[in-house]
Design a binder for this molecule. Structure first.
Ligand SMILES: Cc1cc2nc3c(=O)[nH]c(=O)nc-3n(C[C@H](O)[C@H](O)[C@H](O)COP(=O)(O)OP(=O)(O)OC[C@H]3O[C@@H](n4cnc5c(N)ncnc54)[C@H](O)[C@@H]3O)c2cc1C
Length: 393
């Protein structure tokens, strides 16, 4: 009998029973609780925040954070499988969990004081507090080191001024991890991370409108106008661009798994459709051109699954390099986007209808291909790694 074509190389056999269990429970949640409502939220450009407690109960917030801080204490492959299943639902759902886990809980765990960890991590893990991550600015996306946002030393703390844009969860977040240049007297500015609570005077978070991608996700601006934060709100453990970039490495790891989920959803939908849709005299799945498209999709998914699994083993062994994450993010997202476009084509007119998940994934993946380092920025990162020559500027 042919193996399941969604797992053609039996990657399943490489997983532990615990990892399969994690995947099964998140899959069940996505099928039962998320998919029935995603159309409504995508159309309205809203996020189903009412699902937050269930996501927390499944361990989706800080899955690899140690249990003493309220995390699930799982391994990286389990985290990856969660991302895969969440993004099989929608990239907006996976983004919600990725930001909370990799961009908010990770920097607090890695660079925070003991007080910050004890205060924030348990409530973030329980979903009682939501976080966001502010790095991108209107004029600085791929080159965040040029950021304009400034922190000025003030009595007992710092005063923040500047604007962050395209910030996932911004308007619904209780706390923002924000990166700013701390001005110093000797002119050697440092990039520092600040924890900014939503109610701080001088901090506003207007919602961004008009997105045609990642619609079931909240995207906002973060505006700081003489916003004072006390000294204990600075992340003490890092004072350079290494801080935000290391968070992005964590998030990109999850994205390289998540993209497979979106690709699987598109592939399974197209395969099902091709078997049943009759045009001229037979199901379109019986035509060579359609089979070639389906085989291409399967081929790319299989490679992406093996890449993600191997990346997970490297991460858990502590030997994963950020350039390897770049390769996996670049390959798996670009692959998923190509698969979504092919699936859309196989579905004909139905491919643009929200009766099917395909166009929603296709539109979402345009964002996923851009955020957390565009496809080309990762290509440049890899080019620099293998030649030793930087082509960035
Ligand atoms: C829906 C959504 C959610 C987001 N969520 C967050 C978030 O939560 N937090 C956050 O901080 N940011 C977030 N972002 C921002 C995202 O990370 C940036 O959009 C991304 O880093 C790209 O920056 P940019 O849009 O300014 O593009 P630019 O940097 O202006 O790039 C434009 C184009 O130029 C290319 N390019 C740039 N430099 C080079 C070069 N040296 N050589 C060749 N080509 C180059 C790029 O590849 C791209 O094609 C989000 C974005 C979106 C769309």
């Amino acid at each position: 009998m042919a193996p399941s074509s969604s797992d053609y190389f039996a990657v399943d056999e490489l997983l532990s029973p615990e990892q399969r269990q994690v995947r099964a429970s998140v899959r069940r949640f996505v099928d039962d609780a998320f998919l029935p409502r995603v159309r409504t939220h995508f159309a309205a450009a809203t996020f189903p925040t009412e699902l937050t407690p269930k996501l927390a109960a499944l361990g989706c917030f800080g899955p690899t954070v140690p249990t003493e801080y309220g995390g699930a204490g799982l391994d990286s492959i389990s985290y990856g499988l969660m991302c895969q299943e969440l993004e099989r639902g929608d990239s907006g759902l996976r983004s919600f969990a990725s930001v909370q886990s990799s961009l908010v809980m990770y920097p607090i765990l890695a660079f925070g004081s003991e007080d910050q960890k004890r205060h924030w991590l348990p409530q973030l893990a329980r979903g009682e507090a939501i976080g966001c991550f502010g790095l991108t600015e209107p004029d600085y996306g791929s080159n965040p080191g040029g950021m304009i946002m400034r922190a000025r030393p003030a009595d007992g703390g710092f005063v923040l001024n500047g604007t962050k844009r395209w910030i996932t969860n911004g308007s619904i977040a209780d706390v923002a991890v924000v990166w700013a240049k701390l001005e110093s007297d000797d002119g050697r500015d440092q990039i520092r991370g600040f924890l900014v609570e939503k109610e701080r005077p001088g901090f506003s978070r207007p919602l961004m409108h008009g997105k045609w991608s990642l619609r079931a996700s909240i995207t906002s601006e973060l505006i700081f106008e003489d916003c004072f934060v006390p000294a204990e709100n600075v992340l003490p453990g890092v004072a350079s661009l290494r801080g935000p970039l290391s968070c992005l490495t964590q998030a990109r790891f999850g994205i390289s798994w998540g993209a497979i989920g979106a690709a699987l959803s598109c592939y399974e939908c197209a395969l099902d459709y091709a078997r049943s849709r009759t045009v001229f005299s037979r199901p379109i799945g019986g035509y060579q051109l359609v089979q070639a498209k389906l085989v291409h999709m399967l081929n790319e998914i299989t490679k992406a699954q093996l890449l993600a699994w191997r990346l997970g083993t490297l991460k858990d062994a502590g030997t994963m390099r950020s350039e390897q994450v770049s390769l996996a993010k670049m390959n798996n997202v670009s692959t998923a986007l190509g698969i979504a476009r092919l699936a859309r084509d196989i579905l004909g007119a139905n491919g643009i209808s929200d009766d099917y998940p395909v166009i929603r994934h296709m539109l979402n993946l345009e964002t996923v291909n851009t955020y957390e380092g565009t496809e080309d920025i990762h290509r440049l990162t890899l080019g620099r790694d293998i030649t030793g020559l930087s082509a960035f500027e």
